[in-house]
Every structure is written in C-alpha cells, then in structure tokens.
Design a protein around this ligand. Sequence first.
Ligand code: API
Length: 273
Amino acid sequence: MASMHPITFIKMHGLGNDFVVLDSRGGPAITTPALARALGDRNRGVGFDQLAEIRDSDSADYALEFWNTDGSRAGACGNASRCVASLMLEGRDAVRFTTERGLLHAKRAEGGMIAVNMGHPQLDWAEVPLAGPTDTAHLPIEGDPAAVGMGNPHCIFFVPDAEAVDLAALGPGLEHHPLFPARTNVEFASLAGPDHLRMRVWERGAGVTLACGSGTCATAVAAHLRGLTGRRVTVDVDGGRLTIDWREDGVWMTGPVARVFDATLSPDWLEAV
Ligand SMILES: N[C@H](CCC[C@H](N)C(=O)O)C(=O)O
C-alpha cells in the first residue's frame, strides 16, 4: 500500500483491550481490510484487538470507525471509544462523536477514568441482528443465552463460574452460530456478589480479549433483564474492572484508559501490505 505521507498512530489500551488509533481527519480514509489484518498481526505488524480510525464528522466533534484483526468492521467498540475520547477531551469537558450506530457522548469521570454513553441497548431480534423472529431474552441455543445489540451483536451466557469456561474451545462455534447472520461476540458471566458480575469474552473477529466494553454493557443489560442485578453494576473482566450504569439516556460505561506509545509506520513495511 503506497502512501504519500508518513502514517503515524497511537497505541492505547483500556483494561488490556488494545488498540491502534489512526487519525485521518482532513484527508482520505487510511484503513483497508488488508491494512487492518497486517497491523493487527502481533508478530509482523503492531498488534491490536481493534483498530480505531478517527474521521471528520459534520454533526459531531469527530467520527470513529472500528476494525477487527481479521479485517472486518465493528459497529461499536466501547473501550476504543473511551481511549479516543481521552485524547479528544484535552481542553474540553465532554465530546460527541458518531459511529456506525449514531451519536455517542463521552466525558471525564473521577480518578482519571473516562465514561462513555454507549446508547440504548438493541433488544429486538432484527436489530441485533438475529436470523429470524426470536425472543432475544432466551435464545434457542443450549445454555439459554440472551442476545443484546450495542451497535454490534452479543450472545450472553450466565454460568455458575465464568472462570471455568474454555473460551477458545466454545468461542469459534458460537461466533459463527447460524442464528447470528453477522456473527457475534460471545460473553460468559457469573454473579460475583450483589450488583457485581465476573465476565469473560470471545470477540467476533478478534478472539479472546482481556476486556470488551460493548460486551460488558450488553452483559449488564442482560443481567438486569434477568433480574440478577440492578441497573448499576461492577463488572470484573480479565483485564480489570468496569462500571456500567443503564440510565434513561443510555448505557454508561466508566473505566481506565492508557496511552502506551506514539509511532510512525515504516514506508517499506507499508509498501508490502
Ligand atoms: N472491544 C470492543 C468490542 C469490539 C467488538 C468487535 N469484536 C465486533 O466485531 O463487534 C469494545 O470494547 O466494545
């Protein structure tokens, strides 16, 4: 892939859910499926769970586009949204940005944390999307999972012990289950205490990750709808802790972010992509 200008990027993570952030505002979009796959290669590229590209927006402060390591697009990514917001919040109290699912908001929270409103959950089968009319609260899949959309699809299982689940063994089959025509992210959660969940995730297009913001929101929504928790919960994922608050104006997610390094892609490497 030839490029006229050096491409710089920022490596970030939220609870170990790691990202390459590209900023192509003021110019043409950079990411292609081939570039996402090459950059996502942890041996020959940089490595990430998702790539987030910042674009210009007519209606908000900026727009965000998300890519998985397999070169597919993701409609939502909560942790990358929080990471990019932390950059954009410099000198501002709040930011508004557009994603595939619409307008979202983010702001600073206590202790250096960043909070993002991930919007309203999608509980209708067509919105998730599922393959046909189905009760999203109880899917006809062994283990009685629920389906929740957060701008991307999630299939959530409540199990006695999330830590005992073999994600790598179960993830691929569920990601490609025929009930989910756009594939799905898969979460396994157990109740760790009052309004406290333990959750682990297999991500569509990326595999096992240490955290998934949209998945945490979807799990908190499903847990509340099943009567397991209130509307505000603490969720422990493999990479740390997120707080989810399902309010009137949407599902808020609060947690830490980290900027790891800034770098420039080598033109020679880019040429070979
Ligand atoms: N890690 C992201 C979700 C990526 C979802 C992606 N794997 C998809 O294809 O939907 C998050 O923090 O929300």
